[in-house]
Design a protein around this ligand. Structure first.
Ligand code: GDP
Length: 371
């Protein structure tokens, strides 16, 4: 803007008391500079499978993050590369304890993970925090929020924090999370936390990929067992009543006894483990080490009685079937012939020209002949 044009602004009259309009600055050349463009292009460039694998095995978090981005990508080329990296990393994975953490929004999951995570990293351990957030696929919003809330952990080089992959069905997100676990383990993160909210199907998905399941709860008014579904309580290996601090201590102790009594009525677990109910305060860092001790004891006990590896084997088979089903479904629905015909058949069903089953068989039959 020229100086002459600036004079037209009433803000630049000598009697105007507010802010003045100043002359702007031109776009700095360096932003469009060739070397910057080259740098940006280079940083987007894919590495070779071997480079990814070597970086991951070295524990290089930047390379790990890039590989995780490939796993999350819907691009076919990225997916192919991701699968190669996962296969190469597989022999180096598995040597960890995988811990699922669930609880309603606001119960203190982030605060708790931050407290337990710091406790572990202080002992020289490495941990990765992943999340399965059912809300972010449906509404693009996030119940779990962005994980920069765990500020202390986020700045710790022994912690890797990754928010939930946001695209796809819950099954798809869960599969990706399982693949990301493999990469994190190969990178030396031997404590894997998978966080989710205790409000729907996602905890079943988390349960199917973890060794230990921790349920965080609050001491609430009224019937203590109404807050969370019984099925989720039955999955828990430890229930921790969080926010046992200040005026809440007594209430938390009462809730602890109530939950412990309720747990005794549940069917006995295949692991041979009897879940305990503990109290803790994530903000005050109280009761955190007791919970960790429970996890350690569980690990030793289930490794000794064979349950630990038996459960992992079962999970591996489960994920194989899940992946097959998902891939079949994707191939089916993305086929152009099927896409075209699906619409017509839906109309036929709505107009009572065909039953749902005939329409489905019609499509399935068509699909089997297409290949
Ligand atoms: P999330 O939604 O389950 O991840 O819950 P957050 O970790 O974000 O915590 C929700 C709120 O509860 C925050 O304001 C925390 O500061 C608070 N909070 C978390 N843990 C405790 C605790 O042990 N005691 C108290 N008094 N507040 C807590």
């Amino acid at each position: 803007m020229s100086d002459k044009k600036l004079d037209h602004h009433i803000e630049n009259n000598s009697d105007y008391k507010g802010l003045k309009v100043n002359k702007g600055i031109p776009q700095p050349e360096s932003v469009n500079n060739e070397s910057v463009k080259r740098f940006l292009k280079k940083s987007r460039k894919l590495l070779t499978t071997q480079q990814y694998v070597e970086g991951i095995l070295r524990g290089d978090i930047t390379v790990l993050s890039k590989a995780v981005t490939l796993v999350e990508s819907a691009n076919e080329k990225h997916q192919k590369l991701a699968q190669e990296i996962i296969s190469e990393c597989l022999p180096y994975s598995g040597k960890s304890i995988r811990i699922g953490i669930t609880g309603v929004p606001g119960v203190g999951k982030s605060t708790f993970i931050e407290a337990l995570g710091s406790y572990l990293t202080n002992k020289g351990k490495k941990l990765a925090v992943l999340a399965i957030d059912p809300s972010s696929q449906n509404t693009k919003g996030s119940i779990l929020g962005d994980k920069t809330r765990m500020e202390e952990l986020a700045g710790n080089k022994n912690a890797y924090i990754r928010p939930s992959p946001s695209a796809g069905s819950l099954g798809g997100v869960a599969r990706k999370t399982r693949e990301i676990i493999i990469l994190c383990e190969a990178a030396g993160f031997n404590h894997i936390f998978i966080e989710t909210v205790g409000v729907g199907q996602s905890e079943t998905a988390v349960h199917s990929m973890t060794d230990f399941f921790l349920l965080l709860m609050l001491a609430g008014a009224g019937d203590e067992l109404q807050g969370i579904k019984r099925g989720i309580m039955e999955m828990a290996d430890v229930i921790a009543i969080n926010k046992a601090d200040g005026n809440n201590v007594e209430k938390a102790q009462m809730a602890r006894v109530q939950y412990q009594n309720a747990i005794h009525l549940f069917p006995k677990k295949g692991s041979g483990w009897t879940p305990n109910v503990l109290t803790c305060s994530a903000v005050k860092n109280e009761g955190i080490s007791d919970i960790w001790e429970q996890i350690e004891t569980y690990k030793i006990q289930t490794k000794n009685n064979g349950y630990f590896s038996e459960k992992r084997n079962r999970q591996a088979i489960y994920w194989m079937h899940e992946t097959i089903e998902e891939q079949l479904k994707r191939n089916f629905y993305s086929h152009p012939e099927i896409k075209k015909k699906l619409n017509d058949l839906e109309k036929d069903v709505l107009n009572d020209k065909k039953s749902s089953f005939t329409a489905a068989w019609d499509l399935l039959d068509r699909f089997s002949k297409l290949k």
